[in-house]
Design a protein around this ligand. Structure first.
Ligand SMILES: [Zn+2]
Length: 494
């Protein structure tokens, strides 16, 4: 088996795990839920029941290196063990120098030693909450700890349970457009940032500094074990963008090209999305997936009004999409006072957990064809928005009339035309009629099988009952989440 990696086929990016195309259907644990077995472990079976194939698990620098220079991998071992027992892969989230641009998860001997580990400074010389991104001392300490983690993975994770490493979390500087320490001021002058970048000069220095810091860590991590590495982004506002109100240097959309120009080892940037509207969600997806860049939604709202169950379809319809990962299974955000996907005490599920499960179960049963057809003209995505009752799509010989029947008003699906007479219906809460193009009649359905894919192979779970065949053609209905393969009766003269 090859190590997990990204590959480009027909100009589209794929994530390959165990030599097969993979889509991350993830759930993330709350930021603080991985310190103890007692809080972390009960969530693994819940994630699996929810149809997830990946657990996105924070790994804390302060946990790994609570004593200077000695590394403790007890809980890392536990993460691997739990994931394997529950047939989940891991996206490992390294909370190192920066977590939401702050230093929360660095060891106390790093956080408290301001003389050795330099904090960023604002224009007036005051210390900020974020570490300076040009401190070689901080970089070395963070790098050594994460390289230690990667050595552990190289030696104890031959089966590649960890498929992706997130280096830092929403890095950048809060409270200032850049760091104004002596070293950063020197780099600003020597790099002619003011002349080169004008009003965006401060943010440009931040981008170059953070991208370089993270990319150099990625280089050393990948030299030990060549796993794909990325970092996640706290996106900027669309209007009134003031760097420092969002983390400056963190890979905001308007700085993406400059960020990517610095990268030689880090594979990609992944946005964290908590916007309400579907339009905003689509905008972020397209911003981060342009120029053949992989699209991974590293965080997404998991609350009841967060639309994760629907936005996962929009996201994965993007040609370069490799995965989707709501934050967090045991804590709702941004609706902080609503119910979480899974209650951490009683393990009751919020309503939205059933919706997400239905999406993940359906998508999880057809990963191979989804990856194969993503972004092609044979791949269709639809999601029921408020007020909508159905839609139509145009196949090679067929007009597909889709009617929505979802009990919660959120029918959603993918349809793949594998050839003019064969369709895959993936999703839940809809029916499809297969009309002859330009004629007032329908193609009879020869066969409809409810099943699932194991790699490229389709396994029939049951044949759909079809009591009669009418000239008009009965619709094929997919109420419960799953996959139906439909074969049409198309004769050469029809
Ligand atoms: Zn600095």
């Amino acid at each position: 088996m090859s190590t997990p990696h990204l590959e480009v086929v027909n100009e589209r990016v794929r994530l390959i795990v165990d030599d097969k195309p993979f889509l991350i259907l993830g759930v993330q644990w709350d930021c603080d839920s991985c310190f103890s077995k007692e809080e972390m472990n009960p969530l693994f079976p819940e994630a699996r029941r929810m149809g997830a194939n990946v657990a996105a698990l924070p790994l804390y620098w302060r946990e790994v290196e609570s004593n200077v220079g000695t590394y403790d991998f007890t809980m890392l071992e536990e993460r691997l063990k739990q994931a394997r027992e529950h047939d989940l892969r891991i996206v490992l989230l390294w909370f190192g120098t920066w977590k939401n641009a702050c230093s929360f998860y660095a060891p106390d001997h790093v956080r408290d030693d301001h003389a050795t580990f330099r904090y960023a400074r604002d224009r007036d010389g005051n210390e900020l909450v974020s570490f300076c991104p040009t401190s070689e001392v901080t970089w070395q300490a963070d790098r050594d700890a994460l390289v230690g983690v990667t050595r552990y993975l190289r030696d104890h994770d031959k089966q590649n349970t960890v498929i992706l490493i997130q280096i830092e979390n929403e890095s950048g500087i809060l409270g200032s457009s850049r760091c104004f320490c002596e070293n950063c001021n020197r780099l600003f002058r020597e790099g002619n940032y003011a002349e080169q970048f004008g009003p965006e000069a401060d943010e440009a220095l931040s981008v170059v500094s953070f991208a370089t810091y993270i990319d150099r860590i990625a280089s050393d991590v990948k030299a030990v074990k060549n796993i794909p590495c990325y970092t996640n982004v706290w996106p900027s506002q669309q209007v009134d963008r003031i760097p420092g109100t969002y983390p400056s240097g963190g890979g905001a959309s308007q700085m993406l090209d400059l960020y990517y120009e610095q990268l030689n080892h880090l594979d990609f940037l992944a946005p964290d999305v908590y916007t309400d509207g579907v339009t905003d969600f689509g905008r972020v997806c397209s911003q981060y997936s342009v120029a053949g860049r992989p699209l991974y939604i590293a965080e997404h709202s998991s609350s009841k009004h967060g639309r994760a169950e629907r936005n996962v379809f929009y996201a994965l319809a993007s040609p370069n999409a490799i995965g989707f990962d709501p934050w967090a299974i045991d804590s709702p955000y941004p609706d902080m006072y609503s119910e979480p996907l899974v209650d951490p005490i009683g393990h009751e599920w919020g309503r939205q957990a059933y919706w997400l499960r239905d999406s993940y179960v359906a998508i999880g049963r057809a990963i191979s064809p989804i990856v194969m057809y993503q972004g092609t003209k044979s791949f269709f995505c639809f999601v029921q928005e408020p007020g909508e009752k159905g839609t139509s799509i145009s196949g090679a010989l067929t007009t597909l009339r889709i009617a929505y029947h979802d009990r919660d008003g959120m029918a959603r699906g993918f349809i793949i035309e594998t050839n003019p007479a064969e369709y895959l219906l993936i999703g839940s809460g809809f029916s499809v009629r297969f009309r002859k193009k330009g004629k007032d009649s329908a193609y009879p359905v020869k066969r409809a099988d409810f099943g699932r894919f194991d790699g490229d192979e389709f396994h029939v779970l049951h044949q759909m009952r079809r009591e009669r065949l009418e000239g008009e053609g009965l619709p094929v209905t997919l109420m419960e989440p799953g996959v139906i393969r439909v074969t049409l009766e198309i004769s050469p003269d029809s």
